[in-house]
Write a protein that binds this ligand. Structure first.
Ligand SMILES: *Cc1c(COP(=O)(O)O)cnc(C)c1O
Length: 394
């Protein structure tokens, strides 16, 4: 008997159209930031605008393509004026990229606990963490479920704080009918890392409605140069002349990545639909097991389903590690999102953090497993995951 094929936790969905587009970009003679990147930025802004309930929500959207979401978060905080001594408030249940960028700028991260139902940052905890040094709130739309942005924007307005959304999981998610990326935050940052809801290999996009922030991010994306290479190439003024107006970064997206991204973006509605179908199938099949299933979006809103995170309920008689081992024995990949930052040596020791300060995230962490969810997953593959979970949890 042959072993059934290994089912990974995630797998990018790349077809011939992506391969053709990358080939065209390579043959075009302009492989770095250029026409493909411009088009990708415009198409992403149009996608966000088109998917929003409020008329004209995206008309003034600026999209800045970068080589990772981490770069985009760094640019967004820099442009928002976060600097030495400032504090940014973020959830502990996230990837380190959310807050490492604050440290790049000499600022501090104030980590807070999450809501037990959504696992998103708890607005009440944000309020309690505000100090005179607080400059920004960094909500993370965990797993692709939008945070309570009404509550977060209200707190930000009351205290004069910036909001920068870490939307690494949330491209195609909505909040109160509007696409994440079109809300009244300073900036929103998407990731196109290999396992996200669409990919450019590595890449990200910062989106803002603030023209001044957009301009600053564009300049800082490429060495602090006042005009990028493609602009100079196209312009009537001499192409060799440029001005350095700040010590910027090297965060631009290549046209090779953007060409891949444009095809992925065109397929995104289909990807999102497939993720919703797979999540609904998991919901139906796993109900009744000793599990806490991930919260769906509120009625009328859309969950991006980057992750499907199950948590062991009190009645479960197995440990999280035993579940992951059983899945592994059945040829199924799983993961944990995340070892909360308060348990990571750097963050723990930087701020003297203890698990008791984050009871919800800490308990969730002990009991959580991210199970396979990717667009190319077949129902037969999903049924194998379901059967393996039933066997270990029965
Ligand atoms: C993936 C991820 C990032 C970083 O994205 P990159 O594009 O890999 O830099 C940031 N925040 C969260 C929550 C993520 O999951």
């Amino acid at each position: 008997m042959t072993e059934p094929a290994f089912i990974p936790f995630a797998r990018p969905d790349i077809g011939q159209a992506e391969i053709d587009a990358v080939g065209r970009a390579l043959r075009s003679g302009w492989v770095t930031t250029g026409p493909e990147t411009r088009a990708f930025e415009q198409e992403l802004a149009a996608f966000l605008a088109g998917g929003s309930a409020s008329a004209g929500a995206g008309a003034d959207l600026h999209a800045i393509a970068v080589n990772s979401a981490t770069a985009g978060l760094h640019l967004a905080l820099e442009a928002a004026g976060v600097g030495p001594g400032d504090e940014v408030i973020a959830p502990t249940l996230t990837f380190t990229a959310t807050v490492e960028v604050a440290r790049y700028l000499g600022a501090d991260a104030a980590l807070v606990d999450v809501d037990p139902v959504t696992l998103n940052i708890d607005p009440a905890r944000i309020e309690a963490a505000i100090t005179p040094r607080t400059k920004a709130i960094l909500p993370v739309h965990y797993g692709g479920l939008a945070c309570d942005m009404v509550a977060i924007h209200a707190i930000a307005a009351r205290h004069g704080l910036r909001v920068v959304e870490d939307a690494a999981h949330a491209l195609s998610a909505t909040w109160r009918g509007s696409q994440i990326g079109t809300l009244a935050s300073s900036a929103t940052v998407f990731s196109f890392y290999a396992n996200k809801t669409m990919t450019t290999g590595e890449g990200g996009m910062a989106v803002t409605r603030d023209a001044a922030l957009a301009q600053r991010m564009r300049v800082m994306r490429l060495h602090g140069i006042s005009r990028d290479a493609f602009e100079r190439f196209q312009s009537r003024t001499p192409a060799w002349y440029y001005e350095i107006i700040a010590p910027g970064f090297k965060y631009n997206m290549t046209d090779v990545a953007a060409a891949l991204g444009r095809v992925q973006l065109a397929r995104l509605p289909g990807f999102a639909q497939r993720r919703r179908e797979l999540a609904a199938r998991y919901h139906a099949a796993l109900t009744g097991l000793p599990l806490i299933l991930p919260a769906d979006a509120p009625p009328g809103d859309v969950h991006a389903w980057h992750l499907y995170v199950i948590r062991l309920a009190d009645e479960a008689r197995v440990t999280r590690d035993a579940v992951i081992q059983a899945l592994s024995d059945a040829g199924i990949g799983a993961s944990v999102h995340y070892v909360p930052l308060h348990r990571q040596p750097y963050w723990r020791d930087c701020y003297g953090l203890r698990p008791e300060q984050f009871p919800v995230a800490d308990r969730a962490y002990q009991r959580m497993v991210s199970i396979p969810l990717f667009t190319a997953m077949s129902e037969a593959e999903q049924d194998r995951v379901i059967a393996a979970l039933r066997a270990v949890l029965r």
